[in-house]
Design a protein around this ligand. Structure first.
Ligand code: DGI
Ligand code: FE
Ligand code: FE
Ligand code: FE
Length: 187
């Protein structure tokens, strides 16, 4: 599918505000890719597609996790995590996207993981800092993202983990592993 057709397919799945978030993530991801040496075309594609399943009903996502043998431990964690791995499967099956780097960037855009590729970091960070985001602390992450990809990813992970702890919520183990890993790598 061409970019324009993919955009139309995504637009059909999302409310207007979420579609606009998607466009801002793609734009931000291309800028970050340019800055930190990731593939700009893949960053654009992964940005466009990353939230493809965000508005699928929980039951439909649960069904995909089971039928497609996605990690079933996800079912015991926040439902907000499901749209990322399900999204990777869905854009492959429904939209014919085959690039494994793009699919992994979608798959890990919410949790992160240890040893993230540059493209995965770029999508993870673009989703966090796109100009529509208003989290506490996001401006500090935006400033660091001007020059240090690992450190900006670490700050985003720290903020998210703190946010979850403050609300008494579970943290998915992969997010903790991602944080430990990037902590070791920051300069
Ligand atoms: O889909 P978006 O709203 O654009 O952003 P996302 O895919 O990063 O977000 C989902 C939310 O998931 C994020 O605000 C925090 C929440 N969440 C719940 N449990 C976890 C988690 N995020 C991470 N990284 N790890 C968790 O265990
Ligand atoms: Fe998301
Ligand atoms: Fe299948
Ligand atoms: Fe998003």
């Amino acid at each position: 599918m061409e970019r324009e057709a993919l955009l139309q397919a995504v637009e059909k799945e999302l409310p207007r505000s979420r579609f606009e978030h998607t466009l801002r993530v793609a734009e931000t991801a291309v800028r970050l890719a340019d800055r930190f040496g990731a593939d700009k075309e893949k960053a654009d594609l992964a940005g466009i597609l990353h939230d493809y399943c965000k508005y699928w009903p929980d039951e439909r996502m649960r069904d995909w996790i089971l039928r497609h043998h996605l990690p079933s431990d996800l079912l015991h964690y926040n439902k907000e995590l499901w749209h990322a791995p399900v999204g990777a499967e869905a854009v492959r099956e429904c939209l014919g996207v085959t690039d494994p780097e793009v699919l992994d960037a979608i798959r890990y855009h919410t949790t992160g993981r240890p040893n993230m590729t540059r493209l995965e970091q770029v999508i993870f960070l673009a989703d966090y800092i796109e100009p529509g985001r208003r989290f506490p602390g996001v401006d500090e992450v935006r400033a660091v993202a001007e020059s240090d990809l690992d450190r900006a990813v670490l700050m985003a992970l720290d903020n998210t983990i703190r946010f979850l702890i403050d609300r008494g919520q579970k943290v998915y183990p992969l997010t903790l592993l991602a944080r430990n890993d990037v902590l070791e790598r920051v300069s």
